[in-house]
Ligand binder design. Structure first.
Ligand SMILES: Cc1cc2nc3c(=O)[nH]c(=O)nc-3n(C[C@H](O)[C@H](O)[C@H](O)COP(=O)(O)OP(=O)(O)OC[C@H]3O[C@@H](n4cnc5c(N)ncnc54)[C@H](O)[C@@H]3O)c2cc1C
Length: 469
């Protein structure tokens, strides 16, 4: 049967839409954290009809299917485990329609967020969700992982920006369905759009999306500051957060991580301590006032050094270090385990902003107790932290410690009133943590409801099995 599948799919879709060369297929069966698996083949639908044919074929033949964008979600969400076929949306990359009057864009889901923003900038607009991986992340991946990003402090996550979706169900007919609207106000009974957003490819194949867009900011004031203590940094953070000003970006990195990111990005800025980066979007008339206010707050709270900018272009060099968070975490792993194959586990907890200092302190304590070197960065504007540790794949002792560390870190987030996953999703790695969170809330029944929902959408359990619930 397994051998027959690529041949069947070639007959169904055309031979250039299916690849089963094992070397190429293996490139679609792994992700940057190091998690990998194997697949039978990769199929490349070029339109909604192709997606429907694949879904129907998979249903009739009991074949497992794994929808995939750029495989960057870091939780193994798009990794084909157990073996099946990968459905890559990379060829469905058309921007179908931009409507400035309606403030929306219609796209196929293989469009990368970076490319979308290049197009929207021609109209003076942007799509505001900007994960650190914005230049490679696809719309389909961002929709399904419920992505957030650097501008989350102001713009939230994908849940706030998706209006409508064209989805394909894994059923006999490969049913194509439109859910949601092309208007910002929309009541269609239960909100199936928000159910699909963040569903990690477990409920439906998403083929097209209608997204809200927003005007580009006129300009922005930015301050990058280094602090010798976490207490000072979070005092400055609190003052800014409580001022009534709504920052666009609020990003944090601990000293060691910022140093590694500075080296990885070859930034000329001298990293002198824990790092806080804040941008406020505003108009030209206000920018000087906002810039000097940001500088004053940082200095008043003990910043060792503050760099500022009054323009969007001028802020770019101040963002370089932050944009290298993941390379810094990989660099830390390479320093610790040179020449060995390793997996980097990046956590994705969120806590109420008032609990951030407690959360960072607890993560550092847990890491020290386990004897693990931790790197911490995150989108602190919305309370989201990405602590990361690594282990060599052949070292069971360190791996066990890392798994215990992950659980402890996740538990701490929940105890502080937060959550185990803010924006990356549950994927292969965090099912146990999701269960712990729901148990602590006294809501285990919610998991049963989720399993029931999965069954309604995917009665045979062939779509991205083993993820989320
Ligand atoms: C360096 C780096 C920085 C990052 N920074 C951020 C950040 O700031 N914020 C953030 O939120 N994330 C971040 N991430 C994680 C990741 O980039 C996001 O989760 C992103 O949205 C995933 O997009 P993707 O195209 O790679 O999707 P994939 O990883 O391919 O897929 C993600 C999930 O969506 C499903 N899926 C994909 N396409 C479809 C489809 N068409 N239909 C149905 N299901 C589908 C997959 O099965 C999988 O479960 C970062 C990752 C890296 C490596």
């Amino acid at each position: 049967m397994a051998k027959r599948i690529p041949e069947d799919l070639r007959k169904l879709l055309g031979k250039d839409k299916v690849i089963d060369d094992p070397e190429i297929v293996s490139l679609y069966a792994r992700e940057p954290s190091g998690i990998s698996s194997e697949a039978l083949a990769v199929v490349f639908p070029e339109n909604v009809k192709d997606v429907s044919k694949i879904a129907s074929y998979a249903y009739k033949n009991g074949v497992l299917i794994y929808p995939q964008g750029s495989t960057t979600d870091l939780v193994g969400g798009a990794v084909p485990e157990p073996k099946g076929i990968v459905v890559s949306f990379e060829r469905m990359n058309r921007i179908i329609n931009v409507s400035i009057l309606d403030s929306i864009v219609d796209v196929e889901v293989g469009v990368r967020l970076g490319d979308l923003n290049v197009e929207l900038a021609k109209h003076g607009y942007m799509f505001p969700i900007d994960p650190g991986s914005v230049n490679i992340t696809t719309v389909g991946g961002a929709v399904n992982s419920g992505a957030g990003g650097l501008r989350g402090a102001k713009y939230g996550t994908m849940r706030d920006w998706v209006l409508g979706l064209t989805i394909v169900l894994p059923d006999e007919a490969g049913t194509v369905m439109r859910v949601g609207c092309r208007t910002t106000k929309c009541r269609q009974g239960y909100d199936l759009v928000r159910l699909i957003v963040g569903s990690e490819g477990t409920l439906a194949l998403v083929a097209e999306a209608t997204l809200k867009i927003t005007p580009l900011p006129e300009t922005m004031a930015t301050a990058l500051a280094f602090f010798s203590t976490l207490e000072n940094l979070f005092e400055a953070y609190r003052e800014i957060k409580s001022s009534g000003v709504q920052p666009l970006v609020m990003e944090f990195m601990d000293y060691e991580t910022a140093k590694l990111a500075g080296e990885a990005s070859k930034s000329p800025i001298n990293v002198e301590g824990h790092m806080l980066l804040v941008s406020v979007d505003c108009n030209f008339e206000a920018v000087e006032r906002v810039e000097s206010w940001l500088r004053r707050v940082m200095e008043k709270n003990g910043a060792l050094k503050v760099y500022t900018s009054k323009t969007i272009e001028g802020a770019e060099p101040l963002f370089t270090i932050r944009r290298s968070l993941f390379p810094a975490q990989v660099a830390m792993a390479s320093k610790l385990y040179p020449g060995r194959k390793k997996i980097v586990y990046m956590e994705d907890i969120a806590v109420p902003p008032s609990k951030l200092l407690e959360a960072v302190t607890a993560v550092r304590r847990i890491s020290e107790e386990k004897g693990l070197k931790v790197s911490i960065g995150g989108h602190v504007g919305d309370g989201n932290l990405h602590p990361s540790v690594a282990f060599p794949v052949d070292d069971e002792i360190v791996k066990k410690k890392v798994l215990e560390w992950e659980f402890e870190v996740s538990k701490t987030a929940v105890e502080l009133g937060g959550t185990v996953s803010a924006e990356h999703g549950i994927g292969l790695r965090k099912k146990e943590f999701l269960k712990m969170e729901m148990e602590k809330l006294g809501s285990l029944k919610a998991l049963e409801i989720m399993k029931g929902v999965k069954k309604v959408f995917d009665p045979k359990g062939i779509l991205n099995p083993g993820k989320v619930v």
